[in-house]
Design a protein around this ligand. Structure first.
Ligand code: FE
Ligand code: FE
Ligand code: MG
Length: 165
């Protein structure tokens, strides 16, 4: 932990770490939801859907890494026990119990919309107070907005396929 780097944060550092750890738990759960969803998905446009789910899974894992780096910079410790992920998370975990591509995509859209709210909220809290966390949240938010759009486009394409039948 860098002492000066921590000193310039104009917020209670422990509460920033707590927020980062909650987002960190979200990212791991999002990662797994995408990853396992890609494994079980069945239905129309399966290839395109699975490719998108796997891509997003990798992005969520990257987000977890970015959050962990910042948590450590601030003198915190990233959540060490996966058993704590659900309780800490903002967005929870939606198990893909229906393997239908459309159900999986819809569940993941909900997750993305929750993630967008989480990072937008973090931006509001850190604005002008913790520039590094602010920039990190903005970078992740950009990905989550893209994720939502990608999935909604997939849903639209599925609807188009249905209508033509
Ligand atoms: Fe993410
Ligand atoms: Fe995402
Ligand atoms: Mg994508």
């Amino acid at each position: 932990m860098g002492t000066k780097g921590k000193e310039i944060v104009k917020l209670k550092v422990e509460s920033v770490v707590d927020l980062l750890n909650k987002a960190f738990a979200d990212e791991w759960l999002a990662y797994y939801q995408y990853w396992v969803g890609a494994q079980v998905a069945k239905g129309p446009m399966r290839g395109a859907v699975v490719a998108e789910l796997n891509e997003h899974a990798q992005d969520e894992l990257k987000h977890a890494g970015m959050l962990s780096t910042r948590i450590l910079q601030l003198g915190g410790v990233p959540v060490l026990d996966p058993a704590d992920w659900k309780a800490l998370s903002n967005c929870g975990y939606d198990a893909p119990t229906s393997p239908h591509v459309q159900d999986i995509v819809e569940q993941n859209i909900k997750g993305e919309q929750c993630a967008i709210e989480v990072y937008n909220h973090l931006l509001g809290i850190t604005k002008d107070k913790d520039i590094i966390t602010y920039n990190l949240a903005a970078e992740i938010l950009e990905d989550e907005v893209e994720h939502e759009e990608d999935l909604q486009s997939l849903l639209e394409d599925m609807e188009t396929v249905k209508k033509r039948k």
